[in-house]
Ligand binder design. Structure first.
Ligand SMILES: NC(=O)c1ccc[n+]([C@@H]2O[C@H](COP(=O)([O-])OP(=O)(O)OC[C@H]3O[C@@H](n4cnc5c(N)ncnc54)[C@H](O)[C@@H]3O)[C@@H](O)[C@H]2O)c1
Length: 370
């Protein structure tokens, strides 16, 4: 009998290939079926990856499927998660977990009541780059982390790559829910959970225009969300990190993440990728030098889906999974707190917390998770 956990994918858009290819690396999972609101889209992916194309209802009724991966757009993430859990299956979503903590809270409550698991991307923090950075902090290379910066700014996905970018400017979109989410998740992996947020947000443009690669080129899109976030997160370990996340910036020269400690500084790789580079600066008051650090951990190529493989392994072996609903909920509350702090012009104390996810061991072989 096969020990692979059978998986169904709902939402067959731009990011889905990474998930359809998951079992090439992780032999504990197998994607057997896919569905999309657009049946043609599901059929095309099913043909390409030699799996079944089903309607959403058929996929949810499929008895062999134990985990549903939800790759729909953010505003339907909670709705699909609820349907998944009600069908008795574990739910794993692309980020964000939902478009509000109110919606996400209902998903987590339902999962608890049903004894099912919820998992959520980003899972890039399980990559070699972020795990090596965490090890450097935990091994004391920079001393106690005091402060840091996290910067993710560009001029919007419609200009670079996305064919259907409207959802980036709807509730649940914007630079924070799209990209800031990687940075906050990475910071929790590095530093543990947060305590509060003080921030300001604004919107640089009232509408955006889709690029020539779009399905509807040169379409005018209304902007319903802030597109520039600037603020500081206070972590429970005492570190304060300044975060900038924007779709309103044409160019800049900041690093992705830097952490400043009592004895040195750490340059953390882009948390929207799995690899390096990583640099550490240590020394004495006369000479402080930056050095390149070797990556000590597995998974440096694009391994999106490692989070769901880890969840399947955790369910099978009765341990906690790393890209958990609890972590994603805390990240969501932090993202919401930026807007709340800006509106209310005050420091927002967070209500949620989470466990720092277990570190990945160094020296794993490709496909292994423990
Ligand atoms: N594109 C990327 O590079 C990328 C990277 C990381 C994460 N993500 C996340 O992945 C998710 C999907 O992004 P994408 O870029 O693939 O979007 P997309 O618009 O290309 O694909 C979304 C798919 O979901 C389907 N869909 C929408 N509503 C549905 C419903 N109610 N039921 C069933 N299917 C439905 C759409 O028809 C579409 O095929 C988003 O949450 C996004 O934040 C995207």
């Amino acid at each position: 009998m096969s020990s692979k956990t059978k998986i169904g994918v709902i939402g067959c858009g731009q990011i889905s290939d990474a998930y359809f290819k998951a079992s090439e690396t992780f032999d504990n999972i197998e994607v057997t079926a896919c569905a999309d609101i657009n049946m043609e889209t599901a059929k095309n992916k099913a043909e390409e990856f030699k799996i079944k194309a089903l309607t959403v209802d058929e996929l949810l009724a499929d008895q062999e499927i134990k985990i549903v991966i939800n790759l729909t757009i953010p505003k339907v993430h909670a709705e699909i998660a609820v349907k998944t859990l009600e069908a008795g299956k574990h739910a794993y979503a692309e980020k964000p977990l939902a478009i509000s903590t109110e919606e996400a809270g209902k998903v987590l409550e339902l999962a608890k009541a049903k004894g099912l698991q919820v998992g959520c991307a980003p899972d890039t923090f399980l990559g070699g780059g972020q795990q090596t950075a965490r090890k450097l902090i935990e091994d004391g290379w920079i001393g106690k982390p005091i402060s840091g910066t996290a910067v993710v700014m560009g001029c919007g996905p419609e200009r670079y790559y996305h064919k259907a970018p409207a959802f980036f400017y709807e509730l649940g979109g914007g630079p924070m829910f799209d990209l800031g989410v990687y940075y906050i998740t990475a910071l929790i992996n590095l530093l543990g959970p947060a305590k509060g947020v003080s921030a300001m947000v604004c919107k640089g443009f009232e509408h955006r225009v889709t690029g020539k690669q779009g399905l509807n080129p040169y379409e005018k899109l209304p902007v319903d969300v802030p597109t520039h976030y600037s603020g500081t997160i206070e972590f429970q370990n005492g570190a304060i990190i300044t975060l900038l996340s924007s779709f309103d910036v044409w160019a800049h020269n900041h690093k992705c993440i830097e952490i400043y400690g009592t004895h040195g500084s750490l340059e953390v790789p882009n948390p929207n990728t799995f690899g390096g580079p990583i640099r550490v600066a240590t020394g004495d008051q006369q000479t402080v030098e930056w050095s390149d650090c070797p990556i000590t951990h597995q998974y440096t190529e694009n391994m999106r889906s490692i989070g769901v493989a880890d969840m399947a392994k955790a369910i099978a072996t009765d341990r906690k999974h790393r890209a958990s609903g609890e972590l994603a909920f805390h990240v969501l509350e932090i993202m919401e707190a930026f807007e709340k702090s800006s509106k209310e012009k005050k420091y927002i104390e967070l209500e949620s917390s989470c466990e720092q996810p277990a570190a990945m061991p160094a020296g794993l072989r490709l496909g292994d998770l423990d």
